[in-house]
Structure formats: C-alpha cells, structure tokens
Design a protein around this ligand. Structure first.
Ligand code: ZN
Length: 323
C-alpha cells in the first residue's frame, strides 16, 4: 500500500546489541519501573508487515507493556477528527530571545511527511539520491483507522516541541510547516538540518504497523559511507541523542518501547533512510506509536498525549544539548 516507503522499509539488523535497558534505567529508573510493573499481555509479537525484517529474534532485555492502563491524557473529543487543527500554543512571539539554557543551540524538527502528499503522489514518488541508492522523494505516511493522518500528527507534535524548545532559548527550525503543497523530499529534509548547522535534528513520525503492535521506537543512523552519504561522524552522537530521547519519552509519556521492533530497547538502527543517511549533524527519527493499533491510536489522537510526547522528545533533545 502507499504507506510503504522510506519510513517503513525493512530496517537493518542492529549491528550492536548494547543493553539499552541499562542506559534507559540510568536515565529514567522511575519510569522504567512504572512500565515494567504492568502486566504483559501475551501474544505481543504481531505481524509487523511494514517492518518485516525487524530483528524480532533479538533477545528482549525487557518485556514491553501492552496492557491497558496507559490512558492518561486521553482527549477523546479529538479522536475522530479527520481534519484536526493544531492546538499547540504558539509561544514564538513570547519566547525570550537570547536567553535560556539552550541559547545558541539550533534544533531542527522534521515533521514527517506532509498532509498534501496524498494529493501529489507523482511528485513524491519521484526518486532522489540518498547516497546508498535512490528512494522516493517522500511518502504519504500512515493514518489511524478513523482518518487522523500521520502528517497532521507530526506537524502538531513539531509545533508543540518548537514552543517548548524556544522557551528554553533554542533556535528552532522546521523542515516544513504546512507551508508547501508536498514534501520536501527526504534528501532536502536532511540538507535543511545540515545547512542550519543544527546541534540536533529529530524527525517525528508514527508508525503504520499491525494491530497489537504497540509502543514507540527511536531510529538511529547506522554507519553509511556511499556517494553523498557519510554518517560515520554522526553515528555516536546520534546514538546518544536517541538514547536520551527514548529515556525521556518513557519518563514523560509512560509509553513502553515498541513490542514489535528493537527487542524491547526502543532503539533501532537503520541505514536505508535518506533522512538519516544524508545528515551530517546528529539526527534521529522517532516513531511515537502505531497508528493502526486502536490503543496506540487513542493516545496519538489525544492532544494531551501529544503534549506529553512533545515534552518527552524535547527533554531528550535538551538533555543532549546541555551535556
Ligand atoms: Zn512516517
């Protein structure tokens, strides 16, 4: 289906199986304990059709929860809204200029996809060079069963993150702000971060996997050196960024790491994404949940939960920038 694209290609097997649990535990012991005590529901290994090739056989250091109690922050009134508008407070104008702990830091937020991609399939299907090979310019992204599009989710979370980070003094740039008919292409998305000399870049997504597949995962760049792609210098700092984001995302949202990819670590390394391959600055993707699972969708469609997601991601970015 049209959702298959750069974001959902089979991920590369993780090259290392560093026990992230340790890193996560160091960052957020309280939160980890919180979701570890949830009772794990059986049959968590759903049919991850869009993440086929995931290192599903990897030994999970923890059993991610898929149980029910993660309902905090529900904003059910928003759930069926097919054309939601962002409700993120725009504090741009009130953000203190040149002050705050992140003063001088540049953060680029990449809201995955674009609501207009659905209407511009020819344009987004054209191939662009991502160094290792060519890929589609962009993809439509997924949607919940009730029609809440991933592209609207990503833009909303990006707006909330921008407000949070600007309040701390960061200079924040978005790769797109609903201000263009489609895209930009994944190579351009990477170059926007590069050209901004970003100290950190986060690409916001939500997955489109099978029912029963739940939780978030952060995607880290693997080492790539081919054509225009050379990630060797950003692999280590991106991993640190990603580990911090995963830890703070757990702490703030209470969500568990993915139960279908990443072996329970919430971290996946990939070398097939142009947005990562072409980056020359520390960058990660985050798949905040699975839009095709009704339980995750209930969270993703909640404005209150999206605020937590934005806070969780932003806290990780801020932690990385202040290290
Ligand atoms: Zn996506």
């Amino acid at each position: 289906m049209s959702y298959v694209g750069p974001d959902f290609d089979p991920p590369q097997p993780r090259r290392s199986r560093r026990p992230l649990t340790v890193a996560l535990a160091a960052l957020v012991p309280g939160a980890l304990f919180g979701w570890l005590v949830y009772e794990t529901v059986g049959g968590t290994g759903g049919d991850a059709k869009e993440t086929a090739g995931a290192p599903a056989s990897s030994s999970a250091p923890v059993s991610p929860t898929v149980s029910e109690p993660r309902t905090a922050g529900h904003d059910s009134a928003e759930q069926p809204s097919p054309t939601p508008h962002t409700t993120a407070p725009d504090t741009t104008k009130s953000a203190p200029v040149g002050s705050g702990p992140l003063r001088g830091k540049v953060v680029v937020i990449d809201p995955g996809h674009n609501p207009g991609n659905f209407k511009n399939t020819a344009a987004i299907n054209r191939k662009v060079n991502i160094g290792t090979n060519s890929k589609e310019c962009d993809t439509t992204g997924t949607a919940t069963n009730s029609g809440y599009e991933e592209a609207r989710f990503t833009l909303d979370v990006a707006h909330r993150m921008r407000a949070i980070l600007q309040r701390q003094g960061a200079t924040v740039k978005l790769t797109q702000d609903g201000d263009r008919p489609y895209g930009p292409c994944v190579d351009k998305r990477a170059r926007i971060g590069n050209e901004a000399h970003a100290d950190a870049v986060v690409s916001i997504h939500a997955d489109g996997s099978a029912v029963g597949n739940r939780g978030f995962h952060v995607i880290l760049p693997g080492s790539v050196h081919a054509g225009a792609a050379d990630t060797r210098a950003i692999v280590a700092p991106s991993r640190e960024l990603g580990e911090r984001v995963a830890g703070t995302f757990v702490r703030v949202t209470g969500s568990a790491p993915s139960n279908y990819i990443g072996g329970g670590t919430g971290l996946v390394t990939r070398t097939d994404l142009g947005g990562l391959n072409l980056s020359t600055v520390p960058k990660v993707f985050i798949e905040c949940g699975n839009m095709r699972d009704s339980n995750d969708a209930a969270l993703l469609t909640s404005g209150a939960w999206r605020q937590k997601a934005a806070q969780g991601i932003s806290d990780g970015v801020a932690s990385f920038l202040k290290k």
